[in-house]
Every structure is written in C-alpha cells, then in structure tokens.
Ligand binder design. Structure first.
Ligand SMILES: Cc1cc2nc3c(=O)[nH]c(=O)nc-3n(C[C@H](O)[C@H](O)[C@H](O)COP(=O)(O)O)c2cc1C
Ligand code: SF4
Length: 460
C-alpha cells in the first residue's frame, strides 16, 4: 500500500485514495470558502496518495451550496484549494476534482398545491374524470376530493411520481430541448471545467459517471433514448466516450483524466456487472488514466421523501450498496465492492489494459486493504468514511501508530447530514475539544467542522 504507482501521467506515493465526498462547506455561489480550504487541509495533513475533491458542478447555474467550476471566476478559489492541499501534504498528495452534471429534481410537493396549481390539466384528465366540458377549476376541485387510489387512476404515472416523490427529469425526456441537446452541450461543459481545474493547478479530474446523475443515467440500461445515445449498450456508452474525448483533447498530456462509474447499479432493469466490464474495457481502450468503481446510489429505488424534501438516492437497496451501514446482512458493510472490481480488473488485464482500478466501499483496515492489493483485486484503495472518521489514518498506519486510528463505525451519521445538506462531520469527533482555541463550529454551534489534530506519532 505504501509504495508508489503510476496513474497515467501521474505518479502517486502510496496506493491510497480519498474518494469524493460532498461536505457542504461551500456557499450559495458555489465558491471555495475558508471552510472548504480547512476541510481539505485536514485531509491533506494525513498525506493520502490522492484526494478527490467533492462532486463539483460544471454549469454556471445556481446549485445551492454545491461547489462549482462552471466559470473562470472559480479558478482563483480553486487554485487556493490546490495550493492548500499541496502545502499541507508536503507535496505528497495528488489532487483531483470530481466533475458532475445533474438534471433537475424538485421537492415533493404539498398535495393541495400540486393539484390546485402545479399540475397541467390535460384532455386525458377530463376523459378519465368523465368531465369533458368542465372548467379547469372544476376539474381541479374534483381531483382534490379524490382519495389516493382514485387519484392515481386519473393521473399519468409520471404525474403520480411528480406528486408523490417530486418532479425529476430523466435523460430520456427528449421533449425537453436542453435534455435532447445534452450530447451537444455536455462535451464542452465538461472540457471547459477540466481546463479550469488544470489552470487552478489540479493534477487531474474524475468525470462523475456514477450514482444518480446525468452521465450515469446515460450509461444505465434504463436509458431509453432513441437518438443514438440510449437503448443498446454501445449507444449508452457514446456520450460518456464523447465527453471523455473532448476533455482529453482540451487538457495537457500530463493532466490526469479518469472516471468514477458503477460496478453494478443494483436496480431492477439497471446495468449489471457485465455492462460494467464492457464500459471499463471501452474506457480503458479510449485512454482513461484510471477507473474508480462505486456501486448503486440510484433514485429509482429511493425511499419516498417527506413533503418539502427531495428524493435522496442513498435510501433504498442501491443506496445501501453505495454507502453500506452497520445494519446489514451477514457480510456486514465491509468490502462489498471488492469482488466486482476484481472481475472488472481481471477482464481489463486479460485484454492487455493496465488501467489502475480504484475500489471503495466499507474499507477501513490496513490488513483488509493490503490483502486486496496483494491478491491483485484492485490497484488503489479508496477510504471515504474511514478518512472522514480519521483523516490521519494514512500517516498513523504508515508510521506504525495504527492502534491510534479512530475506526469508522459505519453509523452513517455523516450520510444523514449530507441528506439534509447540513455541514458533514463525523460523530466520533465532532463534539471533541470544542473549547480549543481556533476551533470553527457548525452553523448550529454544536459541532466542530474538522477532526481534532493528532498529537501523537512523532515522525519516523
Ligand atoms: C458524506 C458523503 C458524501 C459523498 N459524496 C460523494 C460525491 O460527491 N461523489 C461520489 O462519487 N461519492 C460520494 N460519496 C460516496 C463515497 O465516495 C464512497 O463511495 C462511499 O461512501 C463508500 O465508501 P466508504 O465505505 O469508504 O465510505 C459520498 C459519501 C459520503 C459519506
Ligand atoms: S459518522 Fe459514522 S459512518 Fe460517518 S465517518 Fe463517522 S463513524 Fe463513519
């Protein structure tokens, strides 16, 4: 684990990786704030091989407190972030940024407001209600008086979903011009964002092709577009490859470009391991510098949100596989992605591709991780929540102080905060040493925003 590896043009000092995690430290303008700098400085102090900065929006549109890279005005702040990580890690940690595009999703509406205002009344509603010549107000009134079972028979399946889960766009909604146009707009949006990351001094980018977002939806077996970018597996791969090629052409040859995608979507009708093997092979053939594998995390099987909340793609069975918690089956939350990643990696090696593969999901201990590397099941180990629980994991283990590691409990307290878009912290340290000088607290004043510093383990 603590030996170097070549990842495309980038040499990494150790085979450890902190995968992207959104900590909600930006502001409504999507800028790099002091809290963002402090957050990544703390990870960099542990000197992992690679840190991937959280999913960062590539469009110049308001996106709540999500970090953004959709305009040149973001370069200056991102440069500060790259400098901070380089300095805090003593130049030992390489820095990537995850580039994300996502489609519109809205909060689950209040039933009355939806029926009396948001819903567009159609001839189908009139027909089903047998109220062909009634006024719009009469139609709405009539619907308001129905119980759920009767109402479901009047609304289309999409309208029923809009009412019960909140409106959500899909890549196959090609009646919406912007969605029909994605194959033309996304390659530029991604490559311009990558160029900004390069100008800011990052070592590379990770294209976010995983979970519930636009690019993963193109890869998904549920993608039913009929314009050559959906349906069969070759067509589903077309835009992700086009985006990659556009990014690769825009950046310098020594700038790393890879992607994160799913070893399995874990949803009915979704892409499975054999699809992932095919995608991996084609990504490697196209020249991607690394492949980072995640699992699940889809809207399709998410729990129904409460009125006023948006659907969260980590609440159903696919969400469980993405961020497995301690309430589990016999395997527990540990290493559930190892076997699929090993199969993907094997398939690549059999075809002569040496592309490094990153595995993540329930990995927390040196021995568990070292076994994966020794058995050649993956090339790099991703520690997301374990690094959140203890950003010094890497230095502690490397320098012989592994017994001092604060071990992740897989409680998913951090995930609960993420779901509410609250500043993410870990319950194992966020109430510790609050009185210390210079400790920054969360908006509610009750939690520290970064892990306390490690005073032990004098340098070896
Ligand atoms: C708070 C939080 C935020 C996350 N944000 C992202 C993200 O921005 N992009 C991403 O690809 N995965 C994200 N993930 C998923 C993690 O990168 C990782 O795949 C997952 O937690 C499983 O790995 P682990 O068991 O090592 O935590 C997030 C996870 C957590 C806990
Ligand atoms: S809050 Fe729980 S799951 Fe999250 S990092 Fe801490 S111990 Fe692990």
């Amino acid at each position: 684990m603590f030996s170097p590896l070549q990842v495309g043009p980038m040499s990494i000092e150790q085979r450890t990786w902190v995968p992207a995690m959104v900590p909600w430290r930006s502001n409504d303008l999507g800028e790099v704030t002091d809290d963002v700098l402090n957050w990544y400085r703390r990870f960099a102090e542990g000197k992992p091989g690679v840190i991937v900065v959280e999913a960062t929006g590539i469009r110049d549109v308001p996106s709540g407190p999500l970090l953004r890279i959709g305009d040149d005005r973001y370069i200056e702040g991102l440069k500060k972030l790259a400098d901070t990580v380089r300095e805090a890690s003593g130049g030992k940690t390489r820095l990537l940024i995850q580039l994300i595009d996502f489609l519109t999703i809205r909060k689950r509406p209040d039933r009355e407001k939806f029926l009396s205002r948001f819903l567009t009344i159609s001839p189908l509603h009139r027909q089903r209600l047998e109220m062909l010549s009634a006024s719009e107000a009469e139609i709405r009134n009539s619907m308001l008086g129905l119980d759920d079972e009767a109402l479901q028979k009047i609304l289309s399946p999409k309208e029923w979903e809009d009412l019960t889960c909140g409106y959500r766009e899909r890549v196959a909604d090609t009646h919406i011009e912007d969605i029909a146009n994605l194959p033309n707009t996304l390659p530029n949006l991604f490559s311009e964002a990558a160029l900004r990351a390069q100008k800011a001094g990052f070592d590379g980018v990770e294209l976010h092709y995983a979970h519930a977002y636009t690019m993963a939806s193109f890869l998904s077996a549920t993608n039913s577009r009929i314009d050559g970018y959906g349906g069969d597996i070759q067509a589903r791969l077309r835009l992700p490859l086009k985006v990659f090629n556009s990014v690769k052409q825009a950046v310098r040859a020594d700038f790393v470009v890879g992607c994160r995608f799913l070893s399995d979507e874990i949803i009915d009708g979704g892409s499975r391991l054999e699809d992932a093997v095919f995608f991996a092979t084609e990504f490697a053939r196209a020249g991607m510098d690394f492949l980072s594998l995640s699992r699940g995390g889809k809207f399709d099987d998410a729990k129904q949100p409460r009125v006023g909340s948006t659907s969260y793609p980590y609440t159903g069975p696919s969400g469980y596989e993405c961020m497995p918690g301690y309430i589990s089956d016999a395997q527990g939350p540990f290493g559930r992605n190892i076997d699929p990643v090993a199969m993907i990696r094997n398939a690549l090696r059999e075809q002569g591709f040496n592309t490094p593969c990153v595995v993540a999901g329930g990995l927390y201990s040196f021995y568990q991780a070292e076994d994966v590397l020794q058995a050649e099941q993956a090339d790099i180990i991703g520690f997301a929540r374990q690094a959140l629980a203890d950003p010094d994991w890497f230095e502690k283990v490397r320098s012989g102080f592994g017994a001092e590691v604060r071990v992740c409990q897989y409680s998913n307290y951090c995930e609960g905060l993420d779901q509410k878009h609250k500043q993410v912290t870990c319950e194992l340290w966020d109430r510790e040493r609050l009185q210390e000088e210079g400790v920054d607290l969360s908006i509610d004043g009750r939690r520290r925003l970064v892990a306390p510093s490690w005073s032990g383990g004098h340098s070896l």
